[in-house]
Design a protein around this ligand. Sequence first.
Ligand code: FAD
Length: 311
Amino acid sequence: AFDVLVIGGGPAGAAAAIYAARKGIRTGIAAERFGGQVLDTMAIENFISVSHTEGPKLVSGLEQHVKDYEVDIMNLQKAVGLVPARTPGGLVEVKLENGASLMSRSVILSTGARWRNVNVPGEAEYKNRGVAYCPHCDGPLYKGKRVAVIGGGNSGVEAAIDLAGIVAHVTLIEFDNQLRADAVLQRKLASLPNVAIVTSAMTSEIHGDGSKVIGLSYKDRVSEAVHRLDLDGVFVQIGLVPNTEWLKDSGVALTPRGEIEVDQRGETSIPGVFGAGDATTTPYKQIIIAMGEGAKASLSAFDYLIRLPTA
Ligand code: FAD
């Protein structure tokens, strides 16, 4: 059995594994795809102390750093269930898709999240080439340019307000006939001179010139007319979904949105089970935050282990 078993191999999981292994305890990391969302990222310019890097490069750094220690890396392994310890301080079981089970005295859940896609022609093709999902990450790349934000919930309206301070012009596109964001955010958005708000609009296509985004078409759901906007970027803000479906029957407390509830030490509702990164309730989904949370959850797991009678 492991002392610390990390589920998920993104920045949170890699940090958790390194912190655990440095304590000299039996550490394992199981990941469906080592590297996580970072593998899908091109320019990264907010990983503090590194002015510019690229996703795949950062992932190879993560992997190399984990391999510096005695960590059992189980890549391409998907967890499908978790069974809490039957007795206090006992072993937690993690079931894998391949039928095997892993046992550990503590478990760190860091299965991350995925952005919901609009699923229109051009979206997948121009991802990282004008189609973006994270205003904190990619906003500055569009300085002085024209962008659209798809989604009029809190995250879309926050993104539009944020981007309006950087870019030349923002068009906010909402499918419904009204925005769903908090009133205070809607008032703020309406007060900005370089923002246009379009409601009842169904995005139908993201256009590109073969190398980057050049525009977007949407259908007015009332008049059925199709309109085209000339743009340099499209930020999709229709939801970040935590990869926690597999925890539904585990007893680990999740919010209605599926985020793992963690306290300030990274503890979940189940003793010996910790959480870190985008899969949890910790606000602001960023690499540097996920790494910090992974380190913290790992130190909390170590604290838990040294207090066990049999440790
Ligand atoms: P993830 O990176 O999502 O990793 C989750 C891990 O869990 C993966 O290994 C995955 O395969 C695994 N997993 C999932 N389900 C299971 C399962 N059931 N069993 C086993 N393993 C599982 N952040 C920045 O700070 N700067 C940026 O510039 C930036 N740009 C971004 C650009 C894009 C296109 C995207 C999508 C995100 C970007 N982010 C950026 C956000 C950043 O990537 C995330 O905040 C960060 O990766 C979260 O780390 P994590 O370890 O919590 O989760």
